[in-house]
Write a new protein. Structure first.
Length: 44
């Protein structure tokens, strides 16, 4: 069974798109080193 094709969305109104991005504000993501997770070794 084939996977469905991904839809491609093209931006047609760049000034409005840019204003919308700026109005979102800062989207920085902070990672806490204390919450790190390491996968157990599989011995391969």
């Amino acid at each position: 069974m084939k996977k469905p094709a991904h839809k491609i969305y093209r931006t047609t109104n760049w000034p409005a798109y840019n204003r919308a991005l700026m109005s979102r504000g800062n989207i920085a993501i902070w990672f806490d080193p204390a919450t790190q997770w390491y996968a157990p070794s599989k011995g391969k």
